[in-house]
Design a protein around this ligand. Sequence first.
Ligand code: SAM
Length: 318
Amino acid sequence: WWNHLENLVGKEMLIEHKEAWPSSHEFFGDMMIVRIDDSIEKYASKIAQAKLLSHPFIRLVLSDGGVLGELRIRDLKPIGARKDTELYFENIPSELTNTKVSVKESGRYISCDPQVAYYSTKLQTERLETLRFAKELRKDLNRPLAVCDPFCGVGPALSTLIAEEGLVERILACDLNAAAVELLFENLQRWDKREYPNESAPIEQYYNDRIVGLADATELYNNPDISGKWDLVLVNLPHRTIEFLPKLIPLLNRSNVSLIRGRVIVAESDIPSANEKINQILPSIAVGKSKPELKIKRDYSSTLRLCSFEAWIEKDTT
Ligand SMILES: C[S@@+](CC[C@H](N)C(=O)[O-])C[C@H]1O[C@@H](n2cnc3c(N)ncnc32)[C@H](O)[C@@H]1O
């Protein structure tokens, strides 16, 4: 990529913006997503060209303007595309700009469309860590788990858990984004080998062991068929996790030990106070398990850190 870029922008420009050029990128099937620094925005087409030349199987290059709004959708702009031997950087033909693709993760296909629903390939290690904790909980409870993923997006966390034989029995999967729910149905149909609707629909019990659909996670606790029923609750809305915790804790099945796995975005300097807050909100921690503590996973910005925690909640004896 560097050689192609140098040929396109010249050695001088290459050196002048050395730190800014996007050497990393994210693959989504036959698409590539790159973050382009404001200082080199005017070279977007050249960047796309260099990326397309160095990755001959890529059809579409998109520039990533960041994740926006409550539905956490990426602001994506097509900056280059390929059809056979032809490359396009302006007036890209619409048949090349389709962003719905299937991505293989941990041996399973996940349908996703980063233009309409959140999905990140970078969270794969996080999902494997969740799998490890789920297995530990399964061992402690000595039975398959009831798992609630109320901010599930297109369902990638569930894919990893369902794939593990005998780990999960019941699932609740919902999201506020209709486009994510439509893709979730498609994914569950593939993973479960059972029928789901073709379009997004409000949350409903489709099978004895599957409650799926469009819902506001913060209202689930009002539903007596849903609250108090889940061994593992995933909280993946990192900018609001702490705020929403009080409305998610009632979802836990407190007749035994249960687990919350959450992600939080916080300034590094605020981590100690965030830890204090989390521990204040949560019920008692299970005997023999460590107190929940934010672990930094990666930088979110120059000051903010993306962290995760796991909280093993003691059974309620009252
Ligand atoms: C950071 S994404 C995580 C998606 C998925 N868990 C994953 O790992 O790919 C957060 C998701 O929460 C959804 N969301 C935001 N507010 C919500 C709410 N109040 N209830 C349910 N889902 C919500 C968004 O639409 C988005 O899909």
